[in-house]
Write a protein that binds this ligand. Structure first.
Ligand code: 13P
Length: 339
C-alpha cells in the first residue's frame, strides 16, 4: 500500500461515529504518580498487569477505536503471551504510540515549556511501525498566566508539532497533534479562549508550512474553560459554546477528527462537556474523546492492584467508554451514570 492509502486507512479505522480513543500512554513518572493514589509500586510487572487489564476489557472495541501506548507497553505482552499491539488490533482497536520525550523549560523564557523528541524520530518510527503502531501522539503544553504563554513558546511548540507531524506522515503513521492549554491557574474562560485561539492559529500555520496533509492528522485539543482555581467553574453550556467557537474559527474542516484530552476534568464532566458540544450540531469534524484520566480513574481506583478486582475494574472502564461513546454522538444523559 502506498503511504497516502495507508494513512487514509488508519484515519478511517480511528474516526468512527460513537467511538474515541483511550490514552494509556502515561510515561514512567506519570504512571508512578497514578499508582501512588492506590498505594501501588510502579514496577514493570505492575505496569504490564494494569495495561493488560485495560487492553483485554471485553467489548472495549465497541466504543474505542484506538489506544495510545507508551514505548514500554508497545513491547510488552498480555497474560497469554500476545504482544499488546496485537491484542488491541484483534479487538478492532488501532494501536498507537506516544513519541514525544516530554517537556523541559524553554530556555530564556521563564514559565514556558517546550516538548523534546525530534532527534532520531524517523528511525524510531521505523521500529514502532515494526511493532505494530499505526498512529502517534506528540503533546505540547502551554501554561496560562497574564503574560504566558509567550509568543516564542507558541511559535516554537507549533514548529515542533508540525515537524513531528511531517516526519510521522512520511513514515506512514497518522500523527495526533496535541496542543494542550493547561487548566492550572485562576484565569477566566475568555483568557483561555484567547490563548487557545492563538495556539491553534500558530499550529495550523506551521502544519501548512511543513506541508502536513490535514486530511491525515487528528487534532487533540483541550477544552476552553476557566482555570481550575478560578472562583467560578465554567458551566457545561459555556464550555461547549466557547470551545466550539474557537475550534470553528481555527481548525480547517479538512481535519477529519478532533479527540479531546480530559486534562484534569472529572470523568462525568469530561463526558457531559463532549456531549454538549455534539448537541450543538453542524460541526465540520467528528468530535470525540482521547481521554486518559477521565477513562482510567474509575478502573484504576476499582483495581487497586488486586487480581480479584480485575473484572470489576474492566466493567468500570467499559462503562466510561460506553458513556463517552454516547457523548460522541450527543446522546449521553446523566441518568445513564446510574446503570
Ligand atoms: P488526560 O485525558 O488525562 O488529560 O490525558 C490525555 C493525554 O493523552 C494527555 O497527553
Amino acid at each position: 500500500m502506498d503511504t497516502r492509502s495507508e494513512l487514509q486507512a488508519t484515519v478511517n479505522a480511528m474516526v468512527q461515529p460513537g467511538k474515541g480513543l483511550l490514552a494509556a500512554d502515561e510515561s514512567g513518572p506519570t504512571i508512578a504518580k497514578r499508582f501512588k493514589t492506590i498505594g501501588l509500586e510502579s514496577t514493570e510487572e505492575n505496569r504490564r498487569a494494569y495495561r493488560n487489564l485495560l487492553l483485554t476489557t471485553p467489548g472495549l472495541g465497541e466504543f474505542v477505536s484506538g489506544v495510545i501506548l507508551y514505548e514500554e507497553t508497545l513491547g510488552q505482552k498480555a497474560d497469554d503471551g500476545t504482544p499488546f499491539p496485537q491484542v488491541a488490533a484483534a479487538n478492532g482497536i488501532v494501536p498507537g504510540i506516544k513519541v514525544d520525550l516530554g517537556k523541559v523549560p524553554l530556555a530564556l523564557a521563564p514559565g514556558d515549556e517546550i516538548t523534546e523528541g525530534l532527534d532520531g524520530l524517523a528511525k524510531r518510527f521505523a521500529d514502532y511501525k515494526r511493532q505494530g503502531a499505526r498512529f502517534a501522539k506528540w503533546r505540547a503544553v502551554y501554561n496560562i498566566t497574564a503574560s504566558l504563554p509567550s509568543r516564542v513558546a507558541i511559535e516554537a511548540n507549533a514548529d515542533s508539532l508540525a515537524r513531528y507531524a511531517a516526519i510521522s506522515q512520511e513514515a506512514g503513521i497518522v500523527p495526533i497533534v496535541e496542543p494542550e492549554v493547561l487548566m492550572d491557574g485562576d484565569h477566566t474562560i475568555e483568557r483561555c479562549a484567547e490563548v487557545t485561539e492563538a495556539v491553534l492559529h500558530e499550529v495550523f500555520d506551521a502544519l501548512h508550512r511543513h506541508r502536513v496533509v490535514l486530511e491525515h492528522i487528528l487534532l487533540k485539543p483541550s477544552m476552553v474553560l476557566a482555570g481550575s482555581e478560578h472562583r467560578q467553574p465554567s458551566s457545561t453550556a459555556d464550555i461547549a459554546a466557547a470551545t466550539v467557537r474557537v475550534l470553528k474559527r481555527m481548525v480547517p474542516s479538512a481535519v477529519p477528527g478532533l479527540v479531546f484530552l480530559s486534562g484534569g476534568q472529572s470523568p462525568e464532566e469530561a463526558t457531559a462537556n463532549l456531549d454538549a458540544m455534539n448537541r450543538l450540531g453542524a460541526l465540520p469534524w467528528n468530535l470525540s474523546f482521547s481521554y486518559g484520566r477521565a477513562l482510567q480513574e474509575p478502573p484504576l481506583q476499582t483495581w487497586r492492584g488486586q487480581p480479584g478486582n480485575v473484572k470489576e475494574a474492566q466493567q468500570a472502564l467499559l462503562k466510561r467508554a460506553r458513556l463517552n461513546g454516547a457523548a460522541a454522538l450527543g446522546k449521553y444523559d446523566a441518568a445513564m451514570e446510574k446503570d
